[in-house]
Design a protein around this ligand. Structure first.
Ligand SMILES: [Zn+2]
Length: 151
């Protein structure tokens, strides 16, 4: 009896650990093989449609939290990377406030020692980190302020 009572949880544990995702597609990713990881969770090496390989947690894949090696956001940034987008003007203004002493608000930003990390000198990197600007946010307080405060 004791043994019977113990079997179900163990069985369940093993099943959840060993779900075979090999060959399954998750967005742009196709699971290739499990990689050594914490015993309680599975981590998978995945091949992305773009050709890159990446590792992702089994759970993240199955819940749809990971759908690419990161190229999805990079593609998004490239596609939306042109001048004239809200994000680009946000980035431009942020740089002006922090880098251009002639900017009327420079004293609140660059003048206070707020600088921009090298990574954010590249607009596509900025976009990748920040993601698309939620349009709603622009109606209220300026997202430029919070952008600079993150630095
Ligand atoms: Zn990719």
């Amino acid at each position: 009896m004791v043994l019977r009572a113990m079997i179900p949880p163990i069985g369940k544990f093993i099943v959840s650990r060993l779900i075979d995702l090999a060959g399954e597609r998750f967005g742009r990713l196709i699971a290739i093989k499990r990689v050594p990881w914490h015993a309680r969770s599975a981590r998978w090496l995945c091949k992305c449609d773009c050709g890159q390989e990446t590792e992702a947690m089994s759970q993240a894949l199955r819940l749809g939290k990971v759908k690419s090696c990161g190229c999805y956001r990079r593609d998004w940034a490239r596609k939306h990377g042109g001048w004239g987008t809200l994000e680009h003007s946000s980035w431009r203004h942020m740089r002006a406030r922090c880098l251009n002493p002639k900017h009327k608000n420079f004293r609140h930003y660059g003048g206070r020692g707020i600088t921009i990390c090298d990574r954010w000198n590249d607009f596509s990197m900025f976009l990748q980190d920040m993601g698309p600007t939620p349009r709603e946010a622009w109606k209220g307080s300026s997202p430029l302020v919070s952008t600079c405060r993150l630095l």
